[in-house]
Design a binder for this molecule. Structure first.
Ligand code: HAM
Length: 419
């Protein structure tokens, strides 16, 4: 028997209500902050991701779904949404629009990770990106948006972790300081970190191995190596956060798992878990790196499954999906076409109707209608239809009355007629 691939899930109707609820809140936040929706393809050139996320990152080296198409082009399922969005920004000449361009997306993302709670091989993200301006106020706008989105979903107990990892000018000096610090103790690091020292020294700081974490505590901090510009930028970010009353904790070991970041990086975490609900930061060099003009940008993405995990764990209810309150049953096969026709007529009047299809007896159909949660049942009988009436049964009071076919909608509760 086939099963959904490991680390992926079907989104069943009872899950859809969570997705819809989160989508509603995220699109409301997008509207309130002026972000417009964009969708990009599920797959892109592999090079787009390796050049932006970083050739040496875990995501590119170990986690990408890479394949050749029939024309021998090397493609990859998107592991994240920022690089595709920057590609689209360049490709569609968005640099000539008033800046910053504010965009958001809701997208599936694919990473070959070891599946566990909150970590899947296919997950979903809402992402928000403000492209074309280096103003620290935009960093804070993005963080505020993220914070307000979580709050609007009933998620409190949040921690905001913040760091600045500098820019092209000051990062190399910091990376050298890190390498110098780790160099005499390389043999005490895990094999992955020994490789990181060579290829991606910043990632030495967020290794999860206890021995490496111990070393990271004493490691040089990027905040002590920022150039004048980056120091000023970060001071403004903190000042605006304080003005908005957004509490943050500086985390000098926060470097994020993608190489495109410059200056501000942040993650929002539940106080009770070490998994980030969402994260982001500035990526002022990425668009230029991908062939566009130098264009500063900042953004954030949140995992949808991690939000759902929180809502379920804390018993936070989400609005149920509306179900038809009216079911149509029929007396005998001869009335079936009449029942179909009546259902169709009612739907054209915006009444949502369930047809009790199948070969059940009237009693069986009524029981079925009850189990579907129908408030009203319309009983269609051939002779009644000829006289232009049907029987309307209120399933809670068990009252029945004969109503003229053209006036059914009037007898139903307004809730039965959405929109
Ligand atoms: P990221 O931190 O790699 O950042 O992913 C963003 C969020 O997606 C994470 O905080 C987490 O909630 C969720 N997520 C990531 N991987 C998984 C997984 N395997 N299973 C379940 N959820 C996951 C980015 O992707 C950046 N593009 C964010 C960004 C936007 N930076 C600037 N703009």
């Amino acid at each position: 028997m086939y099963q959904a691939p490991r680390g992926t899930s079907d989104i069943l109707p009872q899950q859809q209500v969570y997705f819809k609820h989160i989508a509603d809140k995220a699109s409301l936040a997008a509207y309130l902050y002026g972000y417009e929706r964009i969708d990009t393809p599920v797959f892109e050139d592999f090079g787009l991701f390796s050049h932006s996320i970083g050739e040496e990152t875990e995501i590119v080296v170990k986690e990408m779904y890479v394949f050749k198409d029939k024309g021998d082009k090397v493609l990859a399922l998107r592991p994240e949404g920022t690089a595709p969005l920057c590609r689209a920004y360049i490709e569609h000449g968005m640099g000539s629009l008033p800046q910053p361009v504010r965009l958001y997306y809701f997208a599936s993302a694919f990473r070959y990770e070891r599946p566990q709670a909150g970590r899947y091989r296919q997950h979903h993200q809402f992402g928000f990106e403000a492209i074309g301006d280096a103003d620290p106020a935009l960093d804070v706008e993005i963080i505020d948006l993220a914070w307000q989105l979580y709050t609007s979903l009933g998620i409190d107990q949040l921690s905001l972790y913040l760091n600045s990892i500098g820019c092209k000018a000051c990062r190399p000096g910091y990376v050298q300081a890190l390498k110098d610090y780790y160099s005499p103790q390389l043999s005490q690091l895990c094999p992955d970190c020994q490789a990181r020292w060579q290829r991606n020294p910043l990632r030495l700081l967020d290794c999860k191995q206890p021995a490496c974490q111990e070393k990271a505590v004493q490691a040089p901090q990027s905040l002590d190596h920022l150039c004048v510009y980056c120091r000023g930028h970060f001071a403004e970010v903190k000042r605006h956060l304080e003005a908005l009353g957004l509490p943050y904790t500086l985390n000098p070991r926060l470097v994020r798992g993608l190489d495109y970041y410059t200056n501000t990086v942040f993650e929002i975490q539940l106080r009770t878990s070490s998994l980030a609900l969402g994260g982001g930061g500035r990526y002022d060099n990425l668009i230029e790196q991908l062939g566009g003009k130098p264009t500063p940008a900042v953004g954030f993405a949140t995992g949808v499954e991690r939000i759902i995990g929180y809502l379920k764990e804390h018993g936070i209810p989400v609005p149920p999906s509306p179900r038809p309150e009216v079911a149509i049953v029929y007396l005998g096969e001869a009335a079936k076409s009449d029942a179909l026709k009546l259902a169709s007529e009612l739907r054209s009047e915006k009444v949502a109707v369930l047809l009790a299809a199948g070969g059940r007896s009237l009693k069986g159909q009524l029981r079925h209608a009850g189990s579907l949660g129908a408030r009203y049942v319309l009983i269609v009988a051939e002779d009644e239809m000829r006289s232009g009436t049907v029987t309307l049964r209120d399933m809670s009071s068990h009252e029945q009355k004969s109503v003229p076919r053209g006036e059914i909608a009037r007898f139903l509760s307004p809730k039965s007629q959405p929109g």
